[in-house]
Design a protein around this ligand. Structure first.
Ligand code: 4FV
Length: 224
């Protein structure tokens, strides 16, 4: 999977490229992450890529041309890339959308800043508009990192053997409770079934727990 990132803050992505799952996936050449500095596509010597909003109102809007030129440059190398704009107006990122995005071999992530991008980019140049949640953050970069991490976990050989298949939501349920040593903490013991070594009984208990926890914490998931 090739991730192409269009951003005003490319250095922010070093946060995920040097540590953990993503760093290992890059080392194993399962994924690549390339940042594109949008200012390099500015048409003026001040490297501006935004301007005042028509109709007035505070803030600035990111202009069409620098973004469109950057996307064109990326598509010269990877014409099949899917362009994703991270914004509060997007479809909510969830595990099933993550699965869908993980099926492509290249994703271009457009990170908004200021009030966002000119609407004509959303109408003409974007394949998916994606939101990480109903709240506003200062830029799309953090949302892009969440998308990169969640999608990468679904790619073969990124996580240990079947681990990612046990992730929450993969079967539409919340995860079952986890326990580790010591067996007793302040008089509170680990559930007996987990100590019995009968894997079939353990798996059945874990599934019951997932259903019960989902019913308690996210009953909406059970009606989907
Ligand atoms: C956001 C979200 C988000 C909006 C204005 C960046 C900010 C600024 N992105 N899910 N929620 N973006 O708040 O994806 O451009």
């Amino acid at each position: 999977m090739k991730f192409e990132i269009i951003t005003l803050f490319p250095e922010m992505f070093s946060a995920i490229k040097e540590e953990g799952v993503i760093a290992r996936a890059i080392k194993k050449s399962i994924i690549s992450i390339s940042e594109w500095q949008l200012r390099d596509f500015s048409a003026n010597k001040y490297k501006n890529i935004d301007d005042k909003p028509y109709g007035g109102g505070g803030g600035m809007v990111m202009q069409v041309k620098p973004i469109r030129d950057c996307i064109a440059k990326i598509k010269e190398q990877t014409p099949e890339t899917k362009v994703i704009y991270l914004s509060p107006q997007g479809q909510q990122l969830n595990q099933s959308l993550v699965e869908k995005l993980a099926s492509f071999n290249s994703l271009t992530l457009l990170c908004g800043r200021y009030e966002g991008v000119d609407e004509r980019i959303i109408e003409n140049d974007i394949d998916f508009e994606v939101s990480i949640g109903d709240y506003v953050i200062s830029g799309g970069e953090l949302a892009a990192m969440i998308l990169i991490d969640s999608v990468s976990r679904r790619l073969p050989n990124v996580l240990g053997n079947q681990d990612s298949l046990k992730d929450s939501f993969t079967d539409g349920l919340l995860d079952y409770p986890h326990y580790t040593r010591p067996e007793i903490v302040n008089g509170q013991a680990v559930p007996e079934v987990l100590l019995g070594g009968n894997q079939a009984k353990i798996d059945a208990w874990r599934h019951e727990q997932s259903v019960e926890k989902t019913n308690q914490k996210r009953p909406d998931l059970l009606t989907k």
